[in-house]
Design a protein around this ligand. Sequence first.
Ligand code: SF4
Length: 297
Amino acid sequence: MEFIPAKTILQKSTCGDRWFGIDYNMNLYKGCPHGCIYCDSRSDCYRIENFDTVRAKMNAVEILERELQTKRQKGVIGIGAMSDTYNPFEKQYEITRKALALIRKYGFGVSVDTKSSLIVRDRDLFREINERQNVILKFTITTAGDELSKIIEPHVCCSSERFKAMQRLAGEGLFTGVLLTPIIPFITDTEENIKQIVRLSYENGAKFVWSRGGVTLRENQRIYFYDKLDRYFPGLKGRYIHTFATNYVCNSLNKNLLNIIGEECDKYGLLYEMQDIIKACKRKNARSEQSGLLFPD
Ligand code: SF4
């Protein structure tokens, strides 16, 4: 793994009410090796060359500590928007783990998006952060079938392992849930798949299942996606071109799916609206703002 220079780590977020109530964003790594065929972060507009190569930001932990010390407003830090922070190198370098220790020390909350079961390693830190601040742990799961997940998300653990990891974290009293996104037209957009994911989410301790629907395709990333379709789903590329032309968002023709997610979630008592999810995990904020205490190193 390479190390690349970085000036800043934390960025103020402006999309908290649309994305799990986060106040800040942070990416400790650049690029992601998990190889998801639909990955939006691969798009040219983000200017990440060699996207599949992981690069760690040099001195990320030191920079983050400086930034956390000077932030007046505590808040929830989102990790994993542009690359999965639990890539295979994290096992050895523990950059995410060190960052979580700082998040705990300075009294911030954390919101993680991942597909990797490596997140379970850090349950002790999540538990401690959770004593005073919000912790929200999200697993992206697009298919209930392991065989399909190994094709569309080839270099990370399969769906059943993600569910197991979620169960482990939920068992520690942590607020966990599923990002059922994207729903990939003609591949994962069946009622059966959606219903199974919601049921398995419930059975494995999720508090919510959130989805925003279709796959996004643009520039080079469309070419990457179509190459994978040709390889694993012969004939589907033509169907995409015919159905979606150059649309950025390619939604399933089964418009009913988001309703089905809502109905299934209601059946199992899971949340699925963003505002409800944010409200449910915000309870601790007021308390932690008042206490102002810091954890020791
Ligand atoms: S885990 Fe996320 S960032 Fe990594 S390749 Fe998959 S979609 Fe992209």
